[in-house]
Ligand binder design. Structure first.
Ligand code: ADP
Ligand code: MG
Length: 254
């Protein structure tokens, strides 16, 4: 499992996360929700061993993300919020490069990459340079790169953003199938409908703290709200937005 114990992260002395305790079990699809700046990316980077906690500990399948960061990176597939890819490589070259770093045997790489490119409708464009790709296409390449070595743990930071409906549907269904095989999936999203439908468990972050956690059914019952958007707005103190919209609309008429 993934376990965060009393985790704090500060950037230049300013807290981005504090008092975070979280467990994610194999087979779960865990959703991290929260407004902009609430600490989602920080949490996912900590789990993927990209950054170190200021205090507390993070264990991924029994490995400490600080002292065993190479092991954690090797068993994790991470899709960053804004993927930094090699601009001057073609899609195919880039994926082959990532696969070789990940030590995927070349036969397996060829098969997986071909399947992914076909599924995401990139088979005709696999020789295009990454530097020339649209935002959504780059996102697809980053997703393929994160999954090509069949990682035990999959971490996606707003990876659905920019995906067309076909690719988004394929990714969601694939994640559900991968979770059934006992892998761990954790992702952040602003798309409430995706979180509600796909996640087996959710945590809502607000100002660097987890303000609520549970299955959607548990949260629904607790807050007497029938959809995740309303639960989210309630928990993050944005329940009644009418006065805000009214005064905004007024200000635009003046
Ligand atoms: P989210 O992904 O939920 O939008 P982030 O984890 O990116 O939130 O950011 C949480 C807080 O930490 C924000 O206040 C942000 O400005 C700050 N922060 C994030 N990364 C850095 C960094 N590298 N240096 C300084 N502050 C950062
Ligand atoms: Mg973020």
């Amino acid at each position: 499992m993934i376990e965060l114990i009393n985790v704090t992260k500060a950037y230049s002395g300013k807290l981005a996360l504090s008092g975070i305790n979280l467990q994610v079990q194999p087979g779960q699809i865990y959703g991290i929700l929260g407004p902009n700046g609430s600490g989602k990316t920080t949490m996912l980077k900590l789990i993927s061993s990209i950054i170190k906690p200021t205090s507390g500990s993070i264990m991924v399948l029994g490995h400490d993300t600080v002292t065993e960061n190479n092991v954690v990176k090797s068993i994790t597939g991470y899709v960053p919020e804004t993927p930094a890819l090699y601009e001057s490589m073609s899609i195919w070259e880039y994926l082959r490069f990532i696969a070789s770093v990940r030590r995927v045997p070349s036969g397996q790489y060829e098969k997986r990459a071909t399947e992914f490119l076909k599924a995401f409708e990139l088979d005709e464009t696999s020789s295009d340079y990454i530097g020339n790709l649209s935002f959504g296409t780059r996102q697809k390449v980053a997703i393929i790169a994160a999954l090509i070595h069949d990682p035990q743990v999959i971490v996606l930071d707003e990876a659905m953003n920019g995906l067309d409906p076909r690719s988004s549907k394929i990714l969601k269904d694939l994640l559900a199938r991968i979770a059934e095989r006992g892998k761990i999936i954790i992702f952040s999203t602003h798309i409430m409908e995706v979180a509600q439908r796909l996640c087996t468990r959710l945590s809502i972050l607000y100002a660097g703290k987890i303000v609520d956690s549970g299955t959607f059914e548990e949260l629904e019952k607790k807050h007497s709200e029938g959809n995740l958007e309303d639960i989210f707005l309630k928990v993050t103190g944005s329940e009644d937005l009418d006065p805000t919209v009214n005064s905004l609309a007024e200000s635009m008429r003046e």
